[in-house]
Design a protein around this ligand. Structure first.
Ligand code: ATP
Length: 341
């Protein structure tokens, strides 16, 4: 278990992590999301004792990482900045780590096999591709067979087969009852991997809840309708009490009702439909919507994000999201450092 209590980190006038309190529990994959600069890496570094909190606490299994004896057997981590001694072979790098934590040498061969690097075990990591480097970092994290695993952007540089592999690996590690905490920018990947989400923006906690709840709380459900008779259809549906919004490419988005009701209303008036499809928001949409006002580095006009396509031009303001420790109204999160836009 990983427990954060009021964890805060300031660099001069920048508050990178702002009173974060949450618990990462065993048995599920917990995704850690936030826009660029939200404070994910800083949080993970503090959990690993690599950065000292300005205030607050980060505990792994009830203690500080720095106080763990043979830490690799308790916590395995792949952090963004990997430190692999260029002169050592992959095997010797892992062997050196194993020996420093009293881990038997045979475990080195095991983890090399597990991550698919057996054939290059005697090669130096300086010649490795980004994906191979990630695999070596994952091998190091798994070396001590720890109960707690943290991965910062683990699929970075991996090919589709590698991404598939790490997804299954994480699920398997969680199914074995381990604590698995993973950050990623790839929403589609996170949606397939994580059961639970912790979302931060500008260092503050925005959400801490199961994936399904996060998507339903932070997204709008609607039915997409396409018709060659838009005016007639608008009249019929509006008269039927359905709220309508303009969608892309001449589609109409009907809110607050289901496809069956819309079908019945238009059929009664003989309006022709070319499409009637309920829309389920994706994790990406829900994430963009929740964090829209906490994004530090934002694209300018003319890009998808700058044009507001992420949230959709007709979307309402984000709802209040309840996080442990109190509700956070994202519209009130400090946006004073926001750039551009
Ligand atoms: N060593 C440092 N000195 C000064 N500022 C720092 C330092 N490390 C991080 N920051 C700042 O703290 C904030 C959080 O950075 P952090 O790297 O933790 O965010 P992140 O969520 O991991 O971002 P990304 O998704 O882009 O990796 C940023 O504003 C960053 O510029």
């Amino acid at each position: 278990m990983i427990e954060l209590t009021g964890l805060t980190k300031r660099y001069g006038s920048t508050t990178a992590v702002d009173r974060l309190s949450f618990t990462v529990r065993p048995g599920v994959v917990t995704g850690f999301l936030g826009p660029n600069g939200a404070g994910k890496s800083t949080t993970m570094r503090m959990i690993m004792g690599l950065d000292k909190p300005t205030s607050g606490d980060a505990l792994v299994d009830g203690t500080h990482y720095a106080k763990l004896k043979e830490p690799l057997t308790r916590v395995g981590a792949l952090l963004e900045a990997r430190s692999v001694q260029g002169g050592r072979t992959a095997y010797n790098h892992l062997l050196w780590l194993a020996q420093s934590n009293d881990i038997p040498a045979r475990r080195v061969d095991e983890v090399l096999g597990l991550v698919g690097l057996t054939e290059v075990a005697r090669k130096r990591p300086s010649g490795f591709s980004l994906g191979m480097g990630q695999r070596l970092g994952i091998a190091a994290a798994l070396l001590g067979d720890p109960r707690i695993l943290m991965f910062d952007e683990p699929v970075n540089g991996l090919d589709p087969e590698g991404i598939h592999w790490i997804r299954n690996l994480m699920k398997q590690l969680a199914a074995e009852g381990r604590t698995v905490f993973v950050s990623s920018h790839l929403m589609s990947e996170m949606a397939l991997t994580a059961d639970h989400l912790v979302v931060i923006g500008k260092g503050q906690l925005l959400a801490d809840m199961p994936m399904a709840e996060f998507i339903s709380q932070n997204s709008r459900s609607y039915v997409r309708v396409r018709t060659p008779e838009p005016e007639r259809m608008r009249d019929v549906l509006t008269a039927g009490g359905v709220h309508l919004a303009d969608g892309p490419d001449g589609t109409i988005e009907a809110e607050g009702t289901d496809a069956a009701k819309i079908g019945e209303l238009v059929a009664a008036e003989g309006v022709v439909l070319h499409e009637l499809s309920p829309q389920q928001a994706s994790l990406e949409e829900a994430f963009m919507r929740l964090t829209a006002q906490t994004v530090q580095y934002q694209a300018g006009p003319g890009t998808a994000a700058g044009a507001g396509l992420a949230a959709g031009p007709n979307w309402q303001q984000p709802p209040q999201t309840t996080a442990p420790g109190g509700p956070v109204d994202v519209s009130k999160v400090d946006v004073s450092q926001k750039e551009g836009n």
